[in-house]
Design a protein around this ligand. Structure first.
Ligand SMILES: Cc1cc2nc3c(=O)[nH]c(=O)nc-3n(C[C@H](O)[C@H](O)[C@H](O)COP(=O)(O)O)c2cc1C
Length: 211
């Protein structure tokens, strides 16, 4: 291997627009699972927020920890006030509709219906569960913490209280969780730090390998 160290933004990339992201995100370009987080806004309209910075933890209960939730987002308001949400996992058949919730982000909009998605209330939480997504995790807020003092983002921990999963996806003999019909990952514009060449943001699926 011929490893190089990177800590300062290379001179030739100083003029580049990073849209609020740190350039190291594009250098590392670690794939992250894509989800649509749903809840009800204070006015009762359904909300949808695309998210891809999170991980899971289980000690006794099963938790999801979002690494970076913007304080100005509807999702943050819902997590802080209603404290109930659903994490919906899309496959490639419904990802375009899930992404449409970003364009349909009005406060007085049912963002899910406006994006052509269907939903029902969760079994244990009052939050919309998206029918088109093959896995839905009903969650309750546990804690939040600013990323750093004065940050615009919080890390948010939620506890999973109920799970809905399509049987064709948990049965490996049917379509299973991975491959073309399974979990989708966000690949965020990978960057070559020496040439400045950046490839497009895209979706990825997982191929399981035998060890
Ligand atoms: C792939 C992808 C990942 C995203 N991840 C995050 C995230 O981790 N944190 C965040 O605050 N916004 C994230 N966003 C942006 C929000 O989805 C977007 O700002 C959304 O409109 C906020 O919706 P809301 O105001 O209804 O919560 C992401 C968007 C995309 C397309």
């Amino acid at each position: 291997m011929n490893k190089k160290q990177f800590f300062d933004l290379p001179e030739e990339l100083r003029e580049k627009e990073w849209w609020g992201f740190n350039w190291l995100e594009h250098l590392t370009a670690v794939p992250a699972p894509l989800v649509l987080v749903t809840g009800y806004k204070a006015n009762g309209f359904a909300n949808g927020t695309m998210q891809s910075w999170f991980c899971f933890s289980s000690e006794g209960d099963f938790y999801c920890i979002f690494g970076s939730v913007h304080k100005q987002s509807h999702m943050y308001e819902i997590a802080a006030k209603q404290k109930q949400m659903v994490i919906n996992f899309p496959d490639k058949a419904c990802i375009a509709k899930c992404m449409d919730t970003i364009a349909n982000n009005g406060y007085d909009t049912d963002e899910l219906s406006a994006s052509g998605l269907h939903y029902r209330d969760g079994g244990k939480v009052k939050a919309p569960l998206v029918d088109e997504c093959f896995l839905n995790l009903e969650c309750e807020t546990v804690w939040e913490k600013e990323l750093f003092e004065g940050s615009n983002h919080v890390a948010l921990c939620v506890r999973v209280v109920n799970v809905w999963m399509d049987e064709a996806h948990y049965a490996d003999s049917q379509c299973g969780r991975y491959g073309e019909t399974g979990y989708l990952y966000n690949v965020h514009a990978p960057l070559n730090p020496e040439t400045g060449e950046e490839s497009n943001t895209g979706y990825a699926v997982l191929k399981k390998i035998e060890m």
